[in-house]
Design a protein around this ligand. Structure first.
Ligand code: GLA
Length: 395
């Protein structure tokens, strides 16, 4: 373990690192020489806007995927996954890397490495052990953090000429083309480029980023509804196709290229469901830019309203929320009033809510959820208080 491990500002405990190293030693017979991390993310606002070239406002969180690694002299990559009962995978860089038929986690590793090769990067093999504490299947981008940490590891190990944004793009390519989910660029970009104490306003067309300082008076609460979601199997790809249909029918490159007023004036040209999908995307992208401004000015009232409207838009127009999440958003909205904001975050069909609130309202929010959520929905929530964190790097 590198001796500056104490620099990790996160929920990564020393025991996680110790276990990672001990599995590495058991598997490969010697201690790893380097460690890398990439965080999960929470999106404050701007949902399903990324693949429409719009704006998003996520922050990286202090839950990460970790890799312990030693380079090899041959062309073999050998991996062990601590969180999957130490399952292993091994493949050669000399052959065409193929999809693993049973171990889904391996495909993120294989896909990222294959796409690095496709980009023309030349490197040798490595022994890797992977662990993490990003909740899986909760919409906090555990997959993106795995893609980014693998990219970052090979970049660091072999001095590959890649920018952070290219590490992100490579991860997205792997997920789109190797794993088969047509996700946008938000999750990988914020996992690669996130910054401590800041949210990231990302223009998903130009990939330009602007750091927006998180107001110190607001806590970032993530509430896992524990309604399980599966992005690949979900309706994600259908939503994407509907957005493309809207853009195509309106003669646009992407929904980014129309304002809300223009869209409203074109309503008649689109089938109702396609119009509502486009209405969500265009309005949420506009709200994102306004929310970044509100965050910058610490205008919590405005932020609160924008987050509430974003949730309603996801519920009624994009139809990606589920009743337990709508219930939690309703009771928290009533509780927070204009002192904070709450909405579903991530791809939808389960997963998490994000809430911003004054620190002294955190205990009350927890109590409210404990008293009402499970009784009403049959699910038990899990709550995380997060800090905006740095993107991927060496530990
Ligand atoms: C998932 C995808 C992202 C984005 C969100 C919805 O997290 O990976 O690209 O589309 O859903 O905003």
């Amino acid at each position: 373990m590198s001796n500056n491990a104490s620099k990790i500002e996160s929920n990564i405990s020393q025991s996680m690192l110790t276990e990672l190293d001990s599995v590495f030693i058991q598997t490969f017979g010697a201690a790893p020489v380097r460690h890398f991390q990439a965080p999960g993310r929470v999106n404050l606002i701007g949902e399903h806007t990324d693949y429409n070239d719009g704006f998003v406002l996520p922050c990286a969180i202090d839950y990460q995927t970790l890799v312990a690694v030693t380079p090899r002299d041959d062309m073999t990559v050998s991996v062990v996954a601590v969180d999957y009962s130490n399952e292993q995978d091994e493949f050669s860089l000399d052959c065409d890397i193929e999809v693993h038929s049973t171990q889904m986690w391996s495909n993120y590793v294989r896909g990222v490495i294959k796409h690095l090769q496709r980009r023309g990067h030349i490197f040798k093999g490595a022994n890797l052990a992977i662990t993490g504490n990003v909740p899986q299947g909760a919409g906090l981008s555990s997959s993106a953090s795995l893609e980014v940490v693998i990219g970052e590891t090979f970049r660091g190990l072999y001095n590959l000429l890649l920018t952070k944004a290219e590490v992100a793009l490579n991860g997205q390519e792997a997920e789109n083309q190797f794993v088969g989910c047509q996700c946008g660029i938000m999750d990988q970009m914020v996992s690669a480029c996130g910054s401590k104490f800041n949210a990231l306003l990302l223009d998903c067309r130009s990939l330009q980023t602007e750091l927006i300082s998180m107001p110190e008076n607001l806590a970032v609460m993530i509430i896992n509804s524990n309604v399980k979601r599966g992005l690949v199997d979900s309706e994600y790809n259908t939503r994407r196709l509907q957005c493309e249909e809207a853009a195509h029918t309106l003669g646009l490159k992407a929904l980014r290229d129309i304002s809300l007023i223009e869209l409203q004036n074109s309503k008649i040209k689109l089938p109702d469901v396609v119009y509502r999908r486009a209405h969500h995307v265009v309005s949420d992208s506009e709200r994102t830019v306004l929310a970044a401004k509100a965050l910058r000015n610490n205008d919590v009232t405005q932020l609160s309203q924008l987050m509430a409207k974003s949730h309603i838009s996801m519920r009624d127009d994009f139809e990606i929320t589920v009743p337990p999440i709508d219930f939690a958003v309703k009771i928290l909205t009533e509780y927070l009033g204009d002192k904070g904001g709450v909405r579903m975050t991530g791809g939808g069909f389960g997963g998490c809510l994000v809430a911003l609130m004054p620190h002294d309202m955190v205990d009350g929010a927890k109590l409210l959820m404990a008293e009402r959520y499970e009784v009403e929905t049959g699910y038990k929530e899990t709550i995380y208080i997060c800090s905006a964190s740095d993107g991927a790097g060496e530990i």
